[in-house]
Design a protein around this ligand. Structure first.
Ligand code: S3P
Ligand code: PEP
Length: 442
């Protein structure tokens, strides 16, 4: 696909109908591969997301010395050697912030040297939030191009545990420090201001580690002792709520629709969007609740709904940080204003997601106000009829394509190939439900 490729979503007149499965959860897929690579023995993974971000992490884990095999669709085996060793090549994490930050934390605990890099988007993202605390534990870093950015070289080993008080609620920072702490002397403690996704804590226990978690203020105090070995295990990865959000959003805004996404992970630190949609008046129901892979899972059904604008509580941000773009797309069809604040973190994702959503929605005829740490969408009719820049950001691309299905005129997005980082098969899945999304003209 050329650099100037586009996808186009055309307004549809018939409702979306059907039941689908979301791809495997991206956060858990990164962790299953990385922990499997750090562990001694065999880790069998089912439901692994085969998106580009995860394939980059699989290659990285292999470069750090584990054996990584694909057994079938979503079925992978990692045979770990009980630690990472110096890789023979640069660790290219592609587009993945989670991949690079968790891998740096994991690698920092071992006596090795590794150079990390990524694509143009990853090269713009801040790394000191992770290298800072890892350096305080004893790791050394060389900036190979610019401070705070990849490419960078890590010299690991000889770490001391630390107490770390996080200023932002970030599961990536928390996870990097905890993974380093596993191979540090003494105890490592991370205190977060608000609860962030806890897949690392849960999954480390499945790999045999002892992790102590207590409530502290609005967040958690997480403690683990250094010198803990991980043992390979079986991991079942449930569906990704961040991906499920797209077909569900389409059902909410296309009249007459009813769509079920089966097997969606419902960890409370990931379901802020669903809570917000329900407050907006969405007909969203969960059935068949069960536990799978140590996480709550259910089938989520969305039916077309007359949505109302809401003020999203700021303390919900960590539980839906990747979902504000698709929330904004649905808010464009709601009656009244949807106020999204306390989300400055959105500016340091794969793109400046506040700026990109404001620009894209404005181009589609939606009234939007930008703030330094948030934005406000005034809902109503959506004209569409625009070609939207995505800055190679998968969630910006998918959000505008969903918007286009219910707009008055088609919506095109530039550079849609990044959708494959988190949701390979997005277009086929959506079209199978009755959407009209296809390749546009260059
Ligand atoms: O830990 C994780 O798997 C993730 C944490 C979040 O990032 P931050 O930790 O930077 O908030 C999220 O945006 C990202 O998509 C996945
Ligand atoms: C922010 C995201 O991912 P990452 O930080 O891993 O690049 C995302 O998937 O929306």
């Amino acid at each position: 696909m050329s650099a100037s490729s586009t996808f186009i979503a055309r307004p549809i007149s018939a409702p979306l109908k059907g039941a689908v499965r979301a791809p495997g959860d991206k956060s858990m897929s990164h962790r299953a591969l990385i922990f499997g690579g750090m562990a001694e023995g065999v880790t069998e993974i089912e439901g692994l997301l085969e998106g580009d971000d995860i394939l980059a992490t699989a290659r990285a884990v292999e470069a750090f010395g584990a054996e990584v095999e694909r057994l079938g669709e979503g079925r992978w085996r990692v045979t770990g050697r009980g630690g990472f060793r110096t890789p023979g090549s640069i660790i290219d994490c592609g587009n993945a912030g989670t991949g690079v930050r968790l891998l740096m934390g994991a690698a920092a605990g071992y006596d090795l040297t590794a150079t990390f890099d990524g694509d143009a988007s990853l090269r713009k993202r801040p790394m000191k939030r992770v290298t800072g605390p890892l350096a305080d534990m004893g790791a050394r870093f060389d900036w190979n191009a610019a401070e705070d950015r990849v490419p960078l070289t890590l010299h690991g080993g000889g770490l001391k545990g630390m107490d770390y008080l996080q200023t932002v609620a970030s599961a990536q920072i928390k996870s990097a420090i905890l993974l380093a702490g596993l191979n540090a002397s003494g105890e490592t403690v991370v205190v977060e201001p608000e609860k962030s996704r806890d897949h690392t804590e849960r999954m480390l226990r499945a790999f045999g580690a002892t992790v102590d978690v207590t409530e502290e203020g609005e967040g958690w105090r997480v403690r683990l002792k250094g010198g803990q070995a991980l043992t390979g295990t079986a991991v079942a990865v449930p569906g990704d709520p961040s991906s499920a959000a797209f077909p569900l959003a389409a059902a909410l805004i296309v009249p007459g629709s009813e769509v079920t996404v089966e097997g969606v992970m419902l960890n409370p630190q990931r379901t802020g969007l669903f809570d917000t949609w329900i407050e907006m008046g969405a007909d969203l129901t969960v059935s068949n609740r069960r536990v799978s892979g140590g996480e709550d899972v259910g089938d989520v059904t969305a039916r077309y709904s007359a949505l109302k604008g809401v003020v999203v509580p700021e303390d919900r941000a960590a539980s839906m940080i990747d979902e504000y773009p698709i929330l904004a797309a649905t808010a464009a069809f709601a009656e009244g204003r949807t106020v999204m604040r306390g989300i400055g973190e959105m500016r340091v994702k794969e793109s400046d997601r506040i700026a990109l959503m404001v620009a894209g929605l404005t181009a589609c005829g939606v009234a939007v106000e930008e703030e330094p740490e948030g934005f406000i969408v005034a809902g109503g009719s959506v004209r569409g009829g625009a070609t939207v820049a995505t800055a190679h950001d998968h969630r910006i691309a998918m959000s505008h394509l969903i918007l286009g299905l219910a707009a008055e005129q088609p919506v095109s997005v530039l550079d849609p190939e990044m959708i494959a980082t988190s949701f390979p098969g997005f277009v086929d899945l959506m079209n199978g439900l009755g959407a009209d999304i296809g390749a546009g003209r260059d």
